[in-house]
Design a binder for this molecule. Structure first.
Ligand code: NGO
Length: 500
């Protein structure tokens, strides 16, 4: 009796997957053939080759517009194929060839990430791995449910450098995430160089939670991150916090405070004690400079202008401030995204609001015509502890198991908010309790995979089925050197399977 072909353990789960019996063998003489006169498509092909080379040891030359032959990977663009959407793709693994088709280079890129997940986990190793690189025959048709699938990294409480951020971008791409929100400033640190206000990094960058050395991105490094992300179809969304969470800015320039006296640097983890001086024109000249420089370095459509926990700002001042800062962002050609407290003020029609803890504020944002990015703290705050025994993480929003981060539906996360009001989901990783790659990996993985699936895959997912798929990502994450939390709620497959 023959067994049914296995369902491939892809994350996020594609729209339609039809496995068949049989296999395609990726061999030493395979080429990657690009059947499109498009430099971006060729670039996607080169990224794929670079990804597969170290573990396979194959040359995988990229050739453009040649006739594909037996054993090749074939990438094509069909801009007219509307059914594929802006980020969708079709992938057909046949006995002699694997064909990847999309309407856009982004879709093609996601097809290559799916192909990568169809290969044995060992293909993701940085070292040469013996063995066969075989893919079960399958036809996949896929496109995302939501356009905003984000991760936020807080580099302000503790700093993470360019290399760490690039590594995260690589991992985001594997799971089809497309927005990297960088929380660049907070009470404890200012992490982005601003030419017109040099003390922000001279003074404001020199601290971190717990009194560590801090750090910052130079303008060139920030641009490098933006480029690296863009090459992997990830938009960087930079955040400058305001009007609260600004102690590092005020410590750098005393003239920004109402009494003109610079406060001491802050290295604790309290919130809500600092505020820009709302009545001072210098505040707006400052923000115009900062947002202007940042906007010029950021090709994406959005800048995040904070807005949360402004407990030291008078409520009517707060409203006036939020309205004015949206105009500043717009003047620099950007749409503003703000934490949901901003719904207390008048929002521009193009504003995007990030929901994190108060459904009432989320509804107020929607009633003003804003779209929501969902980051419910009880589900997707990656900085929450997993359980009582977690050595890292905070607990103010409760504990978030691997299941809890996965097992929710964005369409009914906020009562009274419908799917059409939701742009997508984003998982924030606040860094009060982490300052190393190991800590970051442990909090983010595997929960980030569940959030990625909540953002990409259609409703009707189940934890019972997901946990079996997730289990098979253990070897892949291990091959990539990710120090994930091997939580016992998931039946992890033994790491030995990575060497199949
Ligand atoms: C809150 C707060 C942040 C904290 C975080 C910790 C928001 C939007 N503001 O989320 O300053 O770092 O919780 O979980």
């Amino acid at each position: 009796m023959s067994r049914a072909p296995a369902f491939p353990p892809l994350i996020p789960k594609p729209l339609a997957v039809a496995p068949r019996r049989g296999a395609f063998q990726l061999g030493r003489s395979a080429r990657i053939v690009v059947r499109a006169d498009d430099p971006e498509a060729a670039r996607v092909a080169r990224l794929l080759a670079a990804r597969l080379r170290p573990a396979t040891g194959y040359r995988l030359p990229v050739s453009v517009s040649r006739e594909p032959g037996s054993g090749d990977l074939v990438l094509g663009l069909s801009p007219g194929d509307r059914a594929l959407g802006d980020e969708g793709y079709r992938l057909r693994v046949e006995p002699t060839m694997a064909r990847l088709d999309a309407r856009t280079p982004a879709g093609l890129f996601y097809a290559t990430q799916t192909l990568r997940q169809l290969l044995p986990a060992s293909v993701d190793s940085a070292r040469r791995r013996p063995g066969r690189f075989e893919i079960g025959l399958v036809t996949i048709h896929d496109r995302p449910r939501f356009g905003w699938r984000g991760l936020m990294l807080d580099v302000a409480r503790h700093f993470f450098d360019v290399g760490e951020v690039q590594r995260l971008i690589d991992l985001m791409a594997l799971y089809k995430l497309n927005r990297l929100h960088l929380h660049l400033t907070d009470d404890q640190g200012w992490r982005i160089a601003v030419r017109s206000w040099p003390n922000l990094t001279r003074v404001g960058a020199s601290t971190a939670v717990g009194g560590g050395p801090g750090g910052h991105f130079t303008r060139r490094q920030y641009a490098q991150i933006v480029r690296y992300a863009r090459d992997r179809f990830v938009d960087v969304v930079p955040e400058i916090e305001m009007p609260g969470h600004v102690n590092a800015a005020l410590a750098s320039y005393g003239e920004l405070t109402c009494d003109g006296v610079a406060p001491a640097p802050y290295t604790g983890i309290d919130v809500g004690f600092s505020s820009f001086c709302i009545g001072k024109e210098l505040t707006y000249a400052f923000l115009d400079d900062v947002l202007g420089e940042l906007a010029a370095l950021t090709p994406g459509a959005y800048v995040h202008v904070g807005g949360d926990e402004a407990f030291s700002t008078d409520p009517s001042d707060y409203r006036a401030f939020v309205e004015r800062v949206q105009r500043i962002a717009r003047r620099h050609g950007k749409r503003a995204i703000l934490w949901e407290e901003a719904a207390r003020a008048r929002l521009q029609r193009t504003a995007v609001v990030q929901h994190w803890h108060d459904p009432e504020l989320a509804r107020r944002a929607v009633s003003q015509g804003a779209k929501l990015v969902l980051s419910p703290s009880t589900r997707v705050y990656l900085d929450m502890k997993y359980d009582r025994g977690s050595p890292l993480g905070l607990e103010w929003a409760g504990r978030t198991s691997v299941r809890k981060a996965y097992d929710w539906d964005p369409a009914d996360a906020v009562e009274g908010v419908a799917e059409r009001d939701v742009l997508g989901v984003e998982a924030p990783l606040w860094s009060e309790t982490i300052d190393t790659r190991a800590g970051l990996d442990w909090l983010a993985f595997p929960r980030l995979l569940g959030v990625a699936e909540a953002g990409w895959s259609e409703a009707g997912r189940t934890w019972r089925e997901y946990r079996m798929r997730l289990a098979q990502h253990g070897p892949r994450l291990a091959a990539l050197g990710v120090g994930f939390n091997a939580d016992p709620s998931v039946p992890w497959s033994s790491l030995a399977t990575a060497d199949r």
